[in-house]
Design a protein around this ligand. Structure first.
Ligand SMILES: C[S@@+](CC[C@H](N)C(=O)[O-])C[C@H]1O[C@@H](n2cnc3c(N)ncnc32)[C@H](O)[C@@H]1O
Length: 231
């Protein structure tokens, strides 16, 4: 078994025989979060990052070029669920970074809150991402990346509302688009184009779009940057 650095900082590849897996180096020794495999090495524990359980993991497996979430990043994460992807983001941003993790289902957020007890860079927020003013007082300091995975019909609008509330020129925005949450009959290509049009008309500049099939069927990841004019 050997461990290699990925081109994206704080992301790794664990190579066992012919099998290559994505991984992050765990901020908390000995901890698994969602039943993922833990690989022990001399310099710490590496958590295998399942691309089938995480759209960000799938985007990296599909060779996304721009990965704005980096060591030290300050991330506003919308649609945190129980913290599967948030836990890997927590490993990536490390102790110098922070994740404001918003999830509106109190039941789902229970595990997220538990996770935040051992990972001090996660601030769980049990709120509806459609109402950023309800949690703006909890988000202190600037945000580098607004990441969204809410799987709702109005996901582009929700992202724009949060970008308007928390970001400034140059802030990154990442949107995991679930086509079938938006429209169950149209062509997925048209759905992605419509979502991107909503984002660019709202003042975001498209940097990259990547389809996540077959790892995540009918999903895409879109990376944008806040332009000069955000409406
Ligand atoms: C696809 S799951 C997220 C999975 C998670 N991002 C991961 O990779 O581990 C979508 C989550 O968004 C939450 N959600 C949906 N609409 C929301 C909203 N308006 N505000 C906050 N959370 C929302 C759902 O309760 C659900 O837990």
């Amino acid at each position: 078994m050997r461990i290699e650095k990925h081109k994206h900082p704080h992301v790794f590849r664990v190579i066992e025989r012919e099998r290559k897996s994505l991984a992050t180096k765990s901020l908390v020794k000995g901890q698994t979060v969602y039943g993922e495999k833990l690989v022990k090495a001399d310099d710490g524990d590496y958590r295998i990052w399942s691309a089938r359980r995480s759209k960000l993991g799938a985007a990296i497996r599909k060779r996304i070029r721009e990965m704005p979430i980096q060591p030290g990043s300050r991330v506003l994460y919308l649609g945190a669920a129980s913290g599967t992807t948030v836990s890997h983001v927590s490993d990536i941003v490390g102790k110098q970074g922070i994740i404001y993790a918003v999830e509106f289902s109190p039941r789902t957020a229970r595990d997220l809150i538990k996770l935040a007890q051992t990972r001090k860079n996660i601030i769980p927020i049990v709120e509806d991402a459609r109402h950023p003013t309800r949690y703006s007082s909890l988000v202190t300091g600037p945000i580098d990346v607004v990441y969204q995975d809410v799987a709702q019909a109005d996901q582009a609008r929700i992202l724009l509302q949060n970008v308007q509330a928390f970001s400034s020129f140059g802030t990154w925005a990442m949107l995991a688009i679930k086509a079938r949450s938006i429209d169950s009959t149209s062509r997925v290509k048209d759905i992605y184009e419509n979502e991107i049009k909503t984002l660019t008309e709202g003042g975001l500049e498209l940097v990259e779009k990547i389809r996540l099939d077959p790892l995540e069927k009918d999903h895409a990841m879109v990376v944008c940057r806040v332009g000069e004019y955000i409406s």
